[in-house]
Design a protein around this ligand. Structure first.
Ligand code: KG4
Ligand code: ZN
Length: 337
């Protein structure tokens, strides 16, 4: 049985988690603490890197203490320390990495540098005892990535966004129509009372033979629609519902095509956008109809958190993989080259 403590500080959430597990047995999240910086960045409509890193360094030490206390373990019982090494904001990544390396060094325990996207990718499987072969769709604020997963750490990229990430499109469209940051949950809320058929927004690259995505045309189409509206406030629900439907449609169609072409019959969704209930419902009903298995992350593991990083680190630790304390952070760290 091994216990791993991981830190996630790649963007605007400071997070620390303690996870316990052994080979072939479902991992147990002993604690998962998140200190959100959303109110700090909200006045600016997006993340301010300098504010984010300053806040990570203020909050991290008490958050590590809380994570240990809530897990009911002492720092001496931790078998390995991990941190997100990238992708993310350099100044934010550095804070979590330095803290995890310092603890590993002081406690003479191994260190693991984890790719943030691998954390998301594995998050639907935290409660299970293995990572089955499947098609993975990672949809977050910074990435939209479709992969073939044959096992943990065996990934093949099938497609990605050529411009904005799905979450970025939600955030930018929300800003355009005057909804607060982060855009995703606010667009989802407004869309609840809207008509998704009111505006026929484009489905970028849907009929292209490849599995890449593009959301910039959709974003521009929303922008060009705004001046034509008589009453933006009254039209916001229809605008949000139509935009959300266009994003879901293209994500769903491309993922299904990837599943069919792979022959794997198993799809997994992760990342902040996978929290969207309309999207979860659309994927659930289609996969059920087509006889595919759908794995969704628990809502608490969709947006950035350290439990997913600790789980990825636990799998690698149990496999005997560790990283040098000299491993650098990498703001553009690729998941697959
Ligand atoms: O995975 P995440 O926490 O951070 C990154 O790694 O980027 O994802 C954050 C993104 C933001 O763009 C946010 O607007 C989006 O996830 N998001 C949502 C919802 N909740 C968060 N998008 C659509 N619907 C939601 N309910
Ligand atoms: Zn993320």
């Amino acid at each position: 049985m091994s216990i791993v403590l991981a830190i996630e500080s790649s963007c605007d959430e400071t997070a620390v988690a303690v996870v316990r597990g052994e080979c072939g047995v479902a991992a147990e999240i002993l604690s998962s603490e998140i200190s959100s910086q959303i109110p700090l960045h909200q006045p600016y409509g997006g993340v301010v890197p300098e504010l984010a890193s300053r806040n990570h360094s203020l909050i991290l030490r008490p958050l590590v203490e809380t994570a240990l206390k809530n897990a009911g373990v002492t720092i001496g019982q931790i078998d390995a320390f991990a941190a997100t090494a990238g992708p993310g904001l350099a100044s934010s990544l550095l804070i979590g990495n330095t803290a995890a390396k310092a603890m590993a060094c002081a406690m003479r325990k191994p260190f693991l540098a984890i790719n943030h996207l691998e954390g998301h990718l594995l998050s639907p499987f935290v409660a299970g005892s293995q990572v089955p072969p499947h098609i993975a769709l990672i949809i977050s604020g910074g990435h939209t990535l479709l992969l073939r997963v044959d096992a943990a750490s065996s990934y093949q990229k099938l497609g990605s966004t050529l411009d904005d990430a799905a979450g970025e499109a939600f955030d930018k469209v929300a800003k355009m129509i005057g909804l607060p940051y982060p855009g995703g949950p606010n667009i989802e809320r407004s869309a609840l009372t809207g008509n998704p058929q009111r505006f026929a927004f484009p489905r970028g690259l849907l009929h292209e033979p490849h599995l890449n995505f593009s959301f910039s045309g959709l974003k521009t189409s929303v922008l060009y629609t705004l001046p034509k509206l008589a009453d933006l406030e009254a039209d916001t629900p229809d605008l949000c519902a139509s935009f959300q439907e266009a994003v879901i449609d293209v994500l769903l169609q491309k993922s299904l095509r990837a599943v069919r072409e792979s022959g794997l019959k198993h799809l997994a969704l992760s990342g902040g956008v996978s929290l969207n209930r309309a999207l979860r419902r659309a994927f659930q009903s289609t996969c059920e109809k087509d006889g595919f298995t759908l794995s969704l992350s628990d809502p608490s593991l969709c947006t950035d958190n350290a439990a997913m990083i600790a789980f990825a680190a636990l799998l690698r630790h149990l496999d005997g993989q560790h990283d040098s304390l000299e491993t650098p952070i990498h703001p553009n760290l690729p998941l697959v080259s």
